[in-house]
Write a new protein. Structure first.
Length: 308
C-alpha cells in the first residue's frame, strides 16, 4: 500500500494520490505537471519579491493552473496556489508542514486544501490553495493581526495570546465564535511545539457577505524538529511561553470568556486526538527519526494537559 500525499491515508499500490483528494485540491483527478526544479526556486522567489502578498522568510512561489488543469504554472499575480520547497537551512520542512496542517484538521481546525507535490527534479514541495481567492478570481480582503494592531511586520513577535483575543473582540463580526477558534489554534500550536505562531500567522478575512472571520490556519509546523532547542511559544499565554499545563489553559480560557465546561471540552478534544495523531505521524513522509521525535513531543504535551 502507498500513502496519499494529500490526506495521508492508504492508497492503492503505486498510486500517490486519491482521485477525490486531487479533485479537492486541483479540481482534477490527475496530478498537474510542475516543471520547476528546486535549484531554480530561489531565483523565482526573488523575481516575485514585491509582486505577491505572501509574507515570511521561507521561499514561496505563486502558482496557477493552466486552463486545462494539466499544468501548474508560475503566476506572479492572480495565482491560486502557494508553493513552498524545502529551505536550504532545514530539511523536511514541506513534510513537516503537511503533517502539522493535517493534524490541525484532525482536531477540527479549518484549513485550506493542501498537499505534497514533486518538482521536476523529484524534490518534494508543499502546495496550498489560497483561502483569499474565490473560484471566480475575486480577491477577499485579509488583515493579519500585526496589521490590525498597527504594528510593523518586524514586530510580529511583540504580542501575546491575550492580545489576539482583544483583536478579535474589536474586529471580528462574531467575536465569541472566532475566539473559540483562536483558542483551539493556540492550544494546538503549543501541543505540536510550533514556536513560530506569531501575529502575522493569524488573520481576519472579509467574506463575500461582508463578515469578518478568522482565516483558516496556515504556516503550521513543529519547529522543534528542525530546531530541537526551540521549545517556546512565539506569543506567551498567561505570561508563559513553555511548560503550559491544564491550569494555565483554563486560566487563559477564562480571560477569553470561554465558559469552564466549554474550555474543558476543548482540552479533552485535544487530549483525545493523541492516538489518531500518532497514527498520522507514523503515516507521514518524515524520516523515522523525526517521526519518533514528533510522537514524543505530542505525548509529553498531552501529559501536561492532563496535569492540574
Amino acid at each position: 500500500m502507498a500513502t496519499c500525499r494529500i490526506c495521508l491515508k492508504p492508497t492503492t499500490k503505486d498510486n500517490d494520490y486519491h482521485a477525490e483528494c486531487l479533485e479537492l485540491l486541483f479540481g482534477t483527478h490527475t496530478i498537474p505537471v510542475l516543471d520547476i526544479e528546486l535549484s531554480k526556486m530561489p531565483g523565482l522567489a526573488a523575481e516575485m519579491a514585491g509582486k505577491m502578498s505572501i509574507s515570511g522568510v521561507q521561499e514561496k512561489v505563486s502558482l496557477g493552473l493552466s486552463d486545462d488543469k494539466s499544468r501548474l504554472e508560475v503566476a506572479p499575480t492572480g495565482g491560486r496556489y502557494i508553493l513552498k520547497p524545502e529551505p536550504s537551512r532545514f530539511a523536511f520542512v514541506p513534510q513537516n508542514e503537511h503533517l502539522t496542517m493535517r493534524l490541525a484538521e484532525l482536531v477540527g481546525i479549518e484549513v485550506p486544501p493542501f498537499g505534497l507535490v514533486e518538482l521536476k527534479d523529484k524534490a518534494i514541495a508543499y502546495v496550498i490553495k489560497r483561502f483569499d481567492r474565490l473560484d471566480d478570481g475575486t480577491k477577499l480582503q485579509v488583515e493579519d493581526f500585526c496589521q490590525l494592531d498597527e504594528k510593523r511586520s518586524r514586530d510580529k513577535y511583540q504580542g501575546s495570546g491575550e492580545l489576539c483575543i482583544r483583536i478579535l473582540q474589536k474586529y471580528a463580526s462574531e467575536p465569541l465564535i472566532e475566539i473559540r477558534k483562536l483558542f483551539k489554534m493556540l492550544l494546538f500550536s503549543w501541543w505540536v511545539s510550533n514556536g513560530d505562531q506569531h501575529l502575522k500567522n493569524f488573520s481576519l478575512v472579509r467574506t463575500a457577505e461582508g463578515r469578518w472571520r478568522l482565516a483558516p490556519a496556515y504556516d503550521l509546523v513543529c519547529t522543534r524538529l528542525p530546531i530541537p532547542s526551540d521549545r517556546d511559544l512565539a506569543l506567551p499565554i498567561c505570561g508563559k511561553r513553555d511548560n503550559l499545563n491544564r491550569r494555565l489553559w483554563l486560566e487563559f480560557a477564562e480571560y477569553s470568556q470561554i465558559p469552564e465546561r466549554a474550555a474543558a471540552r476543548l482540552l479533552r478534544e485535544q487530549i483525545d486526538a493523541l492516538e489518531a495523531t500518532l497514527r498520522f505521524i507514523k503515516a507521514s513522509f518524515l524520516p523515522d527519526d523525526l517521526k519518533s521525535r514528533y510522537q514524543d513531543i505530542v505525548r509529553q504535551n498531552t501529559e501536561l494537559l492532563r496535569q492540574s
